[in-house]
Design a protein around this ligand. Structure first.
Ligand SMILES: Nc1nc2c(c(=O)[nH]1)N[C@H]1C(S)=C(S)[C@@H](COP(=O)(O)OP(=O)(O)OC[C@H]3O[C@@H](n4cnc5c(N)ncnc54)[C@H](O)[C@@H]3O)O[C@H]1N2
Ligand code: MOO
Length: 396
């Protein structure tokens, strides 16, 4: 039997066959946190427009200080000087600011200065465009917007930004055994927790999740739900029914509707995954088990969403950790291992949470993951593994 396609090969092939059509929208700058601009963004204004005081003080004409500090006992506010505080614009007759700490206002009138020997043009004055200059590049395109970027856009007078629309990703839970969260759990039922997982992972990725009601395992119901999702979404995730059971016809449905590029991949949990294109939309049949959804969302759907958003895949923090118990995995698969991680005086230690036969809920609580290398089935205690954190380091 020929080896199953790897995650890298699946993505490479999908990206060769799929021509992503990214939609864009224009939104108020204040709401653009985390969004991705379509174009480079340049300042539309200069600030200060002319100039501004750089300190609280009095603005004066430096020309009157050419021969040193003049007699200022008769100086009048508004004529010979004016008050100008940090950030203030001031009259064009003046071109320098003297800090208020060095100025006295004697009761008999005029000004007296101390601890100052000269006043030069531009002293303590911020020139035009020193806060922001018209035409200055503020944020390059395709860079996710942070609060700081939004402030710099606002400073540059940009009140609307064209960003890539959040990719709409439909999630269709299929399975007659499924019940929605909140319904009474009876024998043979399983709670549709994958919708909760997918909804929140998609939001974290910057996508707009469209969660559909549970579809019973009947081909005509699944086909109808798929048609609707294809109309409404950019990417469709059909969950469950991917393997060899009586009701596992979802992969076949994808083959009938479009071109299925792959069914079965060298990545588990979730190896019966089916990756298809229907009318240039990626449609993925994610296997039903929750850890298969977690893994498939992580390596495949995240890559698709970032392709639509024109952003690189975020890199997660990793730490080296010493393995304390063996990992036994098939060598022809990239296995997602849910890891326990803890800190000791000699460094981080790690062990795999049981993956077949263990509690799924316990696995979902893992603080880190490790993906086995193709061609390497087992890992021995004492080996150092680079594990990827699913929580902040402060939690370990
Ligand atoms: N005879 C064989 N059996 C299985 C094989 C195989 O090769 N031969 N493959 C196994 C592998 S590997 C996987 S992975 C699963 C794939 O299962 P399906 O995609 O067909 O999924 P279902 O049968 O619909 O469900 C499996 C399991 O997951 C639960 N599930 C489904 N949807 C949800 C949801 N939305 N929320 C929570 N849990 C969900 C479902 O209730 C089942 O317990 O097949 C193996 N079997
Ligand atoms: O891919 Mo399945 O989860 O290997 O059991």
């Amino acid at each position: 039997m020929s080896p199953l396609p790897t995650r890298a090969h699946v993505l490479e092939t999908l990206f060769q066959h799929w021509a992503p059509i990214a939609r864009s929208e224009t939104i108020p700058t204040i709401q653009a946190l985390g969004r991705v601009p379509v174009q480079d963004l340049y300042a539309q204004v200069s600030i200060p427009v002319v100039r501004a005081a750089a300190m609280d003080g009095v603005a004066v004409a430096s020309s009157r200080f050419c021969a040193g500090i003049p007699d200022m006992s008769h100086w009048k506010v508004g004529e010979d000087f004016c008050r100008a505080d940090t950030g203030d614009d001031f009259d064009d007759r003046f071109d320098a600011v003297i800090p208020i700490e060095q100025v006295e206002f004697p009761p008999e009138g005029g000004l007296r200065l101390h601890d100052i020997s000269s006043v030069q043009p531009g002293d303590r004055v911020r020139p035009c465009g020193s806060t922001i200059r018209e035409g200055q590049l503020l944020v390059p395109k395709h860079r996710q917007l942070r609060p700081f970027d939004l402030a710099s856009l606002a400073m540059g007078g940009i009140d609307q930004v064209e960003v890539f629309a959040k990719p709409k990703v439909a999630f269709l839970p299929t399975g007659s055994e499924l019940i929605p969260l909140g319904a009474a759990v009876k024998r043979g039922c399983n709670i549709d927790s994958n919708s909760i997982l997918a909804y929140n992972l998609l939001r974290e990725m910057g996508a707009e999740p469209l969660c559909y009601p549970i579809v019973p395992d009947r081909p005509e119901n699944v086909a109808a739900a798929l048609d609707r999702a294809l109309e409404e979404a950019d990417v469709v995730l059909l969950n469950g029914g991917s393997s060899k059971g009586e009701e596992d016809f979802n992969a076949r449905l994808l083959e009938e509707r479009g071109s299925a590029l792959f069914h079965w991949v060298a990545a588990a949990p979730g190896k019966p995954m089916c990756v298809a294109l229907i009318g240039n939309k990626p449609v993925i049949n994610l296997p039903g088990p929750p850890l298969a959804v977690l893994y498939g969302m992580d390596w495949c759907i995240r890559a698709i969403v970032h392709r639509l958003l024109h952003t690189p895949l975020p890199r997660r923090q990793t730490v080296p950790a010493t393995l304390t118990e063996p990992i036994q995995a098939p060598s022809d698969m990239e296995i997602l291992c849910m890891m326990e991680l803890w800190h000791t005086p000699s460094g981080y230690q790690t062990k795999q949470k049981p993956w077949r036969g263990g509690s799924v809920a316990d696995a979902l609580g893992a603080g880190a993951i490790f993906i086995t290398e193709l061609g390497r089935g087992s890992y021995q205690p004492g080996e150092t593994l680079e594990v990827t954190l699913l929580r902040g380091l402060e939690d370990f």
